[in-house]
Design a protein around this ligand. Sequence first.
Ligand SMILES: Nc1ncnc2c1ncn2[C@@H]1O[C@H](COP(=O)(O)OP(=O)(O)O)[C@@H](O)[C@H]1O
Ligand SMILES: [Mg+2]
Length: 424
Amino acid sequence: MESIQATKQRFGIIGNDPKLNRAIEKAIQVAPTDISVLVTGESGVGKESIPKIIHALSHRKHHKYIAVNCGAIPEGTIDSELFGHEKGAFTGATSTRSGYFEVADGGTIFLDEVGELPLPTQVRLLRVLENGEFLKVGSSKLQKTDVRIVAATNVKMVEAIEKGKFREDLFYRLSTVDINLPPLRERSEDIHLLFRKFASDFAQKYKMPTVRLDEQAISLLLQYRWSGNIRQLRNVAEQISVLETERNINYTTLKNYLPNMGGNLPAVIGAKKTESDFSNEREILYKVLFDMQRDVNDLKKLTMELMNSNSASTVKEENSSLINKIYSKEHNHEEQLAAIVEDEYAEESAKVEVLNISETPEQKPSNYDFAEEIEEEENLSLHEKELELIKKSLEKYKGKRKDAADELGISERTLYRKIKQYNL
Ligand SMILES: Nc1ncnc2c1ncn2[C@@H]1O[C@H](COP(=O)(O)OP(=O)(O)O)[C@@H](O)[C@H]1O
Ligand SMILES: [Mg+2]
């Protein structure tokens, strides 16, 4: 059996905490079986390594490993993503499509954030776990598959079950073996070790000397709550590595990078104290949200003007720059967000990831566009304003899309997409 140390090395796992070691040991032990495993632990504790270990050390290693982020796929499409669909099963289903359970036959599927699965999907999942049978959406032909499931969650499943959000039978089926990863604050021996590792990685990446913590800074590192766990620690190490010119870091400097420790972070962050997976990525997201809010206000203004004006040309002249700004590429939040995420957190944002552990190159299904996801979460009022604006424009040009699109400063294709999206 592969040793814990060797496995840690192979998967880039740092730390010597006994609970961490036990988790890795359990993963090694269950790997050769087909037992379903539920990985639990707070956000950022490193849950994603466990299914990779299990797959790589199993007889399934030459088949596919597909990681699905259940929380990131819209409810309406998740069944079709997982189980595939038949041509004509729903509007837009122009051809038959294989789902992950078909594609990963013989391999492993990692269902991340499994607590987010909608109830109807839970029923389908239970069935495939029980006898390997599933139906494509819109099909009545039973299909068989042989997939090993590893699931992960950071939500309290018992609570979810009590609230009727998660099926108890499915929970027991998924958690035949439970692997828990401890929060970073309980791994006091590992915190400084991890910091040093990240600091050295970032020093290499940015070609700068490695930052070092003095005694007091180290004790602060150990006292801190780390609600975003290792992900947060890595972000802090990166920020300090990039931003601090003095490479010896003292207590006061470190404190500035730790939210809730009197660091000078925006108030809005402080107000969100209770959230568990709070990290510095949020700061960037907030910034983008503020920008978005500004755009909503711009749009409001523009809509008001459009409503009060009956001459197309006035609007066009006065506001074409505004319209351009709002719709231009340079000011596209979806892209801004996508870029931020692509940079460091690509693997975390992707809804689906296919890992190729065996040597033979296999085809990678295209990753989903994070931008799509953001689009859905976009400020509702922004949508409303946009809808109003488009309606007005279409009315004014008596439904002539080309003219309306010109006025709105967007392409006809985008307008067409919006018309479909809003059912105009
Ligand atoms: N023990 C560890 N050693 C090194 N890096 C780690 C460790 N645990 C987690 N990480 C890193 O921290 C980040 C968050 O881990 P991830 O598995 O995505 O967390 P989770 O899925 O539990 O939210 C990843 O970039 C991961 O590589
Ligand atoms: Mg994760």
